[in-house]
Design a protein around this ligand. Structure first.
Ligand SMILES: [Zn+2]
Ligand SMILES: [Zn+2]
Length: 199
């Protein structure tokens, strides 16, 4: 396997990036693709939180994003796409088997399935997993969606959705995360069927 870029060099185009050669901390600031995970060190360095950990770019309207309002999903996704890892997941080709499997579900079933996956993986505080533990690729479309929507682990959930790492997810928060994932799946697999469609 090739190496993972931390700071993607200028001569590597964004189109060469994929889930296997970057991590959630990777940046390509020259192309406007950052990482907003704020550590204490970063907060001190730039004198503020929620800025790019590498270049300090202050691009996100956190107050608005933190409303966790699904009706504002367009804005939330637009904000997230300033982050390299999210950008890549919104554009990367999805494994063909993952799509085939997804197409076996109706939209309703997929939503139910998504909610179950999220509840198991990020629902409680004991699985405050590090992003790496949600597979970066593979046959589970929900995993792609999780990385794209920052519902992959409790760290991402905390800095993108202001859901504290030590708290159990409320039903409302779980619904919100499920809706985010479903919006991704519907965009990436547009022919996923409605309940009443012929199968
Ligand atoms: Zn940056
Ligand atoms: Zn994560």
């Amino acid at each position: 396997m090739g190496k993972k870029f931390k700071r993607v060099p200028a001569d590597v185009p964004v189109s060469d990036l994929n889930p296997l050669n970057i991590t959630c901390g990777s940046t390509k600031c020259d192309d406007g693709l950052h990482c907003f995970k704020t550590s204490e060190r970063v907060a001190k360095k730039f004198g503020s939180r929620g800025v790019c950990k590498e270049c300090g770019a202050n691009l996100i309207d956190w107050k608005r994003v933190y409303q966790n309002n699904i009706k504002d999903a367009k804005f939330i996704f637009k904000s997230m796409k300033n982050e390299l890892i999210r950008h890549v997941y919104w554009h990367t080709p999805i494994d063909r088997d993952a799509i085939q499997i997804a197409l076996k579900f109706t939209r309703e079933e997929m939503r139910e399935h998504t909610k179950k996956v999220l509840k198991t993986k990020i629902g409680s505080s004991h699985n405050a997993w590090d992003g790496r533990q949600t597979p970066m690729t593979g046959k589970e479309i929900v995993n792609y969606a999780q990385h794209a929507t920052a519902t992959c682990c409790r760290k991402c959930l905390e800095y993108w959705h202001n859901i504290k790492k030590d708290d159990e997810l409320t039903e409302e928060q779980l619904e919100f995360c499920t809706d985010l994932v479903m919006l991704y799946i519907e965009e990436r697999v547009p022919n996923i069927s409605n309940k009443n469609d012929e199968k």
